[in-house]
Design a binder for this molecule. Sequence first.
Ligand SMILES: [Zn+2]
Length: 285
Amino acid sequence: MRIGVDLGGTKIEAIALDGAREVFRKRIPTPRGDYAATLRAVAGLVGEIGEGTVGVGIPGALSRVTGLVKNANSTWLIGKPLREDLEDALGREVRLENDANCFALSEAVDGAGKGAAVVFGVILGTGVGGGVVVHGRLWSGPNAIAGEWGHNPLPSPTPGDLPLPACYCGRAGCIETYLSGPGLSRDHAQATGANLSAQDIVSLQGESVARYEERLARSLASVINVLDPDVIVLGGGMSNVRRLYTEVPRLWGPYVFSDQVATRLARNAHGDSSGVRGAAWLWDT
Ligand SMILES: [Zn+2]
């Protein structure tokens, strides 16, 4: 049995896979701000399932230097030896990865990137993250940040992209400040004066969505130039915007250093389940 846990900022979800078949699934609220209660909640879910390998996806990463959690927006996890504490609580070895990496792995194993040599998985949600899978194996990198394109600067900024929005990471003009859901809301408010949710802005099908697509095309083109993936799979709330899959590949050509672009832009196959499925697949190799 493979057990996957998605330890999110608002909910903790666990599944059990028997082969590729899902035999258990449960979702509970995250005890926000309480580290000990978070450990107990994960242990409780895994205890309900029983025997099996355990993979955990978190909104952050484990530092390869200290083994402690970093880059987590669930701030009560930062600086904690989460993997060791989970191993103590569960009495077994635990594999722990960034949630965007789990998303990319899930889509590469049996989702929209199945069979592709190089998959770049992208989260366009409340934040912007990413993960890289090469020949079915997750590539995390020595800094545990492979695929973290969201805090690169927006490429080739135009006057329409200014002023560069401040980012929580301390810099300005990060890709995330334009391409997250809140980023789209901010941009729309700046252009029109109206405060709308990303979903409402998308339903307008107006200039704000067109600007979003053009910025996404620029940003993904710089990823293509570095990684040259076979498939880019989109996840997160903005991945439900169907026109992205036709418009963005139409726009990214001039920014890619190639006479043609064979990279496919695909919608995820497993939706919200990809994070927890990918956590389970951490024990596939
Ligand atoms: Zn940033």
